[in-house]
Write a protein that binds this ligand. Structure first.
Ligand SMILES: [Zn+2]
Length: 190
């Protein structure tokens, strides 16, 4: 008979894995960019300098489940391509006390059983993924936004304001000064 605390097969949190199943088109580009880099078989990860490609799982303890060998934990995964591309919240998992960093992939049913047995509260305690993990997880887009939108925004503001300034005295130029190509204040040529 299946025990109440039979949680099924145990899986270890992996630090990195290939993106092949997640972002096939990105992988092609990633492989092209990684050609000069040696890939070690069985390493489940490849590095380009200090930049990472792949997925990184994080598991964090929420609370001890008294009288059992388990910790109620939650898991999330960070996906990298140069920088963070995506963060997925994987929800609650059971983690064995004896093997930190491992978890049971099919924890859901066991968690319900622990709740029915009164070992876990219902609803389960809330957890939150730290904001810096989100920043890390989406860092690629933050970089893209800064690099791509910074100059564009500057240009747009300049266009919208329609103002021009003297490069020498930094004062605003009048339309006639712009036409004459000479600053009326400091006589600098524009
Ligand atoms: Zn001037």
């Amino acid at each position: 008979m299946r025990s109440v605390f039979d949680t099924g097969p145990l899986e270890t949190v992996f630090t990195m894995k290939h993106l092949s199943s997640i972002f096939p088109s990105i992988l092609v580009l990633g492989v092209l960019l990684c050609l000069p880099v040696s890939v070690h078989a069985g390493q489940r990860q490849f590095a380009f300098g200090k930049v990472w490609f792949g997925a990184k799982e994080e598991i964090e303890k929420i609370q001890d489940i008294k009288g059992t060998e388990y910790l109620l934990s939650h898991k999330y995964t960070l996906y990298f391509f140069f920088a963070g591309v995506y963060l997925s919240d994987d929800g609650y998992v059971l983690q064995p006390k004896s093997s930190y960093g491992s978890y049971y992939p099919n924890s859901e049913e066991s968690i319900k059983e622990f709740q029915r047995a009164g070992l876990l509260p219902s609803p389960l305690p809330q957890y939150s993924i730290p904001i810096w993990q989100y920043l890390f997880g989406y860092s690629l887009w933050i970089v893209v936004a800064f690099v791509g939108c910074g100059p564009l925004l500057k240009l747009l503001i300049r266009r919208l304001s329609g103002k021009q300034f003297c490069h020498s005295c930094k004062l605003e130029l009048t339309p006639s000064e712009i036409e004459m190509r000479v600053c009326g204040c400091c006589n600098a040529r524009l």
